[in-house]
Design a protein around this ligand. Sequence first.
Ligand SMILES: CC(C)(COP(=O)(O)OP(=O)(O)OC[C@H]1O[C@@H](n2cnc3c(N)ncnc32)[C@H](O)[C@@H]1OP(=O)(O)O)[C@@H](O)C(=O)NCCC(=O)NCCS
Length: 160
Amino acid sequence: MAEKTASKRPFMVLRHAGPAERPALEELQWRASLVHPAYRGALLQDRSIVHLSAEHLRDGSAVVAEVDGKVAGFAIILSTGSGEAELDGLFVEPEMAGQGIGRALVEDARQRARVSGATVLKVVAALEVENFYRRCGFELAGETETLLGKALVMVQLLRD
Ligand SMILES: CC(C)(COP(=O)(O)OP(=O)(O)OC[C@H]1O[C@@H](n2cnc3c(N)ncnc32)[C@H](O)[C@@H]1OP(=O)(O)O)[C@@H](O)C(=O)NCCC(=O)NCCS
């Protein structure tokens, strides 16, 4: 898969990630996660919290966004097999934030979830990014606990 997006955003290529990219993507996730002051302490105490499943990099669940040939962000999209897909991770390089890369990855996740037969896309969101997900079409559905503390369960219905 290689999909080009055309808009005001930087020119972007979306493609599946491969297993060899795991260390680089974990580093990207680390840099992006440290952006949240509320999480920094827990992350610095236990870096293993930032961990990507090798399986997700083998089975096509991970999609990266490239800008100028450089990975600018990535998303993990999982199918739960019950009409629901989950955006299991979404991270954009801090220096590339605010350019529409996160939104492009959500749009791609929505499309792939729909093609897989899902009718609902779910995300467990950090409190700080509730409004980002709202702007990308998600609504609040509840709260949960993660290794990093309280988080929001947000969902959006997938329509044609
Ligand atoms: C949150 C994150 C994915 C957003 O990616 P991004 O590429 O910077 O976002 P975009 O440029 O596509 O922004 C899309 C819209 O959301 C808004 N937005 C972006 N980040 C936001 C935030 N933290 N809070 C509120 N709104 C935000 C943008 O202003 C934009 O609004 P618009 O509708 O007016 O255009 C990225 O900043 C990131 O990786 N953060 C750290 C890791 C993280 O929190 N990941 C999510 C885990 S649950």
